[in-house]
Write a protein that binds this ligand. Structure first.
Ligand SMILES: NC(=O)c1ccc[n+]([C@@H]2O[C@H](COP(=O)([O-])OP(=O)(O)OC[C@H]3O[C@@H](n4cnc5c(N)ncnc54)[C@H](OP(=O)(O)O)[C@@H]3O)[C@@H](O)[C@H]2O)c1
Length: 320
């Protein structure tokens, strides 16, 4: 590769979407184990600017940084020690939260964090998958160990994580209860939920009881209100923010918070389910890369169904 710079979305100061700029940035250098991906599409998480993204775990400032940590694209270079990913392969994956993200023409990613793109998806739909689907998978199967016949309550069931969680819990054979706003009730039922509660019309805790697992994707008061719907020894999994240390003290139920981790093995399993038509990503809209600010603002304002995606490569093969 002869180019040294690329088009990217960057943020130079702590803030929100208003601080995003579309500009030239250095093409990321490969570290051992990395591959360089020409990004075709990148999924966005509207809440990203509320995460602890501004410093590395060692406390160094990351500014300016490139947001968005789920991508679909084509491998254009590999580090000398990478043997299992080839140049030219179409891949998708969740990238390290403390490295430059995917809202750019190129992203350097650990090869082990990528998997072949599902054959049945275009890049935009593939980019809508890794963060949300891996989070749903790890919440339900790694942490909650959901089994067939168990009852699971999924808050925010129409959102990015929630829409995958409904489909995966259904596939596992659980009894799925979702909460959503009125406009999304039918949508969540079609995703596979057995019962859907209009969160604006009915306080969920008045109609839901004896649940084995709650998945909280919303935060606010939802977490506290959810304890009462759990059966004894039931588990509340929250993904929104770490709770205070004493949050489960004295309760007959369990609770945990976790942060999603990349996993090629799980991406391969998700691809298999997607290509078999068992689960599917939900893409509310695809915007060109240079409209990233609008995409994040829309995500924060409108609570879209599933995901908003940035298209980086246009139909003519150029950057958008
Ligand atoms: N810990 C982790 O590893 C991890 C991983 C991924 C995401 N997250 C976090 O999990 C949360 C959900 O992520 P997501 O991508 O699924 O978000 P999302 O796509 O924005 O979904 C959130 C859904 O919750 C519902 N909702 C209800 N009350 C809401 C409110 N006050 N504000 C916003 N939405 C509300 C909305 O649907 P209705 O309008 O139908 O109710 C919306 O579709 C975010 O905070 C994100 O940062 C954490």
């Amino acid at each position: 590769m002869t180019k040294a710079t690329m088009k990217a979305i960057r943020i130079h100061r702590r803030g929100g979407p208003e601080a995003l700029v579309y500009e030239d940035a250095p093409i990321p250098a490969l570290q051992p184990g990395d591959v360089l991906v020409r990004v075709h599409a990148a999924g966005i998480s509207p809440a990203e600017f509320t995460w602890q993204i501004w410093e590395t775990p060692e406390g160094r400032s990351r500014l300016p940084l490139i947001p968005s940590h789920e991508v679909s694209g084509v491998v254009v270079a590999v580090a000398p020690d990478v043997r299992d990913v080839e140049v030219g392969g179409a891949v998708y994956g969740l990238t390290d939260f403390f490295r430059e993200g995917g809202a750019a023409e190129y992203v350097a990613v650990r090869a082990t964090d990528l998997a072949p793109k599902p054959r049945s998806l275009d890049h935009a739909s593939a980019a809508a998958t890794p963060l949300s689907a891996l989070t749903a998978w790890q919440a339900l199967f790694d942490h909650a160990r959901l089994t067939p016949g168990q009852r699971v309550l999924i808050h925010g069931a129409a959102g990015g994580v929630g829409s995958f969680a409904v489909q995966l819990a259904r596939w596992r054979g659980a009894h799925v209860i979702g909460t959503a706003s009125a406009r999304n009730v039918d949508f969540v039922r079609k995703l596979g939920a057995d019962d859907v509660i209009d969160r604006e019309a009915t306080p969920f805790e008045t109609v839901v009881h004896d649940v084995d697992v709650v998945l909280d994707t919303i935060g606010s008061t939802i977490r506290e209100r959810s304890w009462s719907v759990l059966r004894q020894d039931g588990l509340l999994v929250t993904i929104v923010r770490p709770p205070p240390p004493e949050w489960v003290a004295g309760r007959a139920v369990r609770g945990l918070f976790f942060i999603v981790e990349p996993s090629r093995t799980q991406l391969n399993e998700l691809s298999r389910l997607i290509d078999a038509g068992i689960i599917r990503p939900i893409v509310e809209a695809v915007l060109p890369l240079h409209q990233a600010r609008e995409a994040y603002e829309r995500g924060i304002r409108d609570h879209p169904r599933g995901k908003l995606v940035l298209a980086v490569v246009g139909e003519n093969g150029g950057t958008r």
